[in-house]
Design a protein around this ligand. Structure first.
Ligand SMILES: Cc1ncc(COP(=O)(O)O)c(C=O)c1O
Length: 394
């Protein structure tokens, strides 16, 4: 008789199958890491510095009108993968204008920035590729690395010399260096020139996630790769999200035409995903055209960020030095960060609350978005509310 080598399994009743989730929730609660959804009214009276609407465009009439027009013409959804149901002229226009604006040969739009990052990382790598990824990269880049089936080297944060060393000792045929251009937690910029020369010296491609640079950095908001003279280079690919500076939804990969063609034909998050909804495409196009017409919007977002950070620092808080539109303030721990964010809200200010696992260095923070449409009075109001929080202990 054949006996099974599988250990005897405890057969759970259907009602007990998910009991472990309650235990996991209890552990999160004890570590101060519970996350809850809060309802958001359409007319919220609080000053909102928690969102990523860097240029203050989400309610701009040119953006909402463009979204509404797109819905009336093309309907509520895209109806399927663009390879199956076809590509609207709206998608094509957005891709052409995005590429032109940021200085790349071509672009491909995805249903989110997350999907764009997964696409770039999985389609441009293989098991014979070494990916060198900054330790503080966004979760979508980390997930792209995991899905890539490549070897991944996690390089120390913002350290081109460490990147060069990892590339120099590789045995892989191909290599890809990947980094956020502006890190989402502290708002600090990546050393793009150093990363580009490290990549070039070792024949590696460079993938830059410009989610927080697009619309804010570079001439007229054309992005961090443009600011660093890297847009349009044959070995550089960038990703952007349409959900921050453009006040819409969706993402895009920008790069050499042959890269975009390869993604169109092979990227799973493009092929097996419904095309970006017409309303989002319309809103993004409306916002992009507005930014082209009013390039000073990008300068203003950076100016607001500097003013906000300077005033928070002058008030005795540990504010980051912003390279784009994100300012963070260190909190003593996750519970304090949650408490501070709740106290800010009670006082009329919405701020982001970043804590493990969303902070790579384990330091909990408040995160404030320096929106380009903030007035000087609103900046002062925000600083007054945050300074009323308990001071940070070392
Ligand atoms: C650096 C970075 N990359 C990618 C994304 C994902 O973009 P999306 O929200 O459009 O999926 C985000 C969003 O928060 C981000 O901060």
């Amino acid at each position: 008789m054949v006996t099974s080598s599988v250990p005897e399994q405890q057969v759970l009743t259907p009602a007990a199958v998910f009991d472990w989730l309650d235990e996991a929730a209890e552990l999160r609660a004890r570590a101060g890491l519970t996350r809850t959804l809060r309802s958001r009214p359409a007319e919220d009276p609080v000053l909102d510095l928690a969102n990523n609407d860097y240029l203050g465009l989400v309610h701009h009439p040119a953006v909402t009108r463009a979204a509404a027009d797109a819905v009336m013409r093309w309907g509520g959804g895209s109806t399927g993968s663009r390879l199956v149901t076809g590509t609207t002229e709206l998608h094509t226009e957005l891709e052409r204008e995005l590429a032109e604006f940021c200085g790349f040969e071509a672009a491909l739009v995805f249903s989110s920035g997350y999907a764009a990052n997964l696409a770039a990382l999985t389609a441009l790598t293989d098991p014979d590729t070494l990916i060198v990824s900054d330790a503080y990269n966004h979760a979508s880049l980390i997930d792209g690395c995991r899905l890539s089936r490549s070897d991944v080297h996690r390089a120390p944060h913002s350290d081109p010399a460490a990147v060069a060393e990892a590339l120099a000792t590789r045995t892989h045929r191909r290599a890809l260096v990947v980094s956020d251009t502006v890190f989402s937690v502290d708002g600090n910029a990546a050393p793009l020139a150093g990363l580009a020369s490290a990549a070039r010296a070792h024949g590696a491609a460079l993938l830059l996630d410009d989610a927080h640079g697009f619309g804010v950095l570079g001439p007229g908001g054309t992005g961090a790769p443009a600011a660093a003279g890297l847009s349009g280079q044959p070995d550089v690919v960038a990703t952007v999200t349409l959900s921050k500076s453009l006040g819409s939804q969706g993402g895009a990969v920008l790069g050499p035409r042959r890269v975009i063609r390869h993604l169109t034909e092979t990227a799973r998050t493009f092929i097996f995903d419904t095309g970006l909804a017409p309303a989002a495409v319309g809103a993004a196009l409306g916002a992009l055209r507005l930014l082209r017409a009013e390039p000073q919007r990008a300068d203003r977002a950076r100016e607001v960020a500097r003013t906000l950070a300077d005033r928070l620092t002058a008030a005795g808080l540990r504010a980051s030095t912003p390279d784009a539109a994100v300012v963070s303030v260190r909190a003593p721990g996750p519970e304090a960060a949650v408490q501070w964010a709740a106290d800010c809200r009670t006082a009329g200010l919405a701020v982001g609350c970043f804590r493990p696992p969303s902070v790579p260095d384990g330091i909990s923070r408040l995160r404030l978005t320096a929106r380009g449409d903030l007035t000087d009075d609103q900046i002062s109001q925000a600083v007054e509310i945050v300074r009323a929080m308990e001071p940070v202990e070392e």
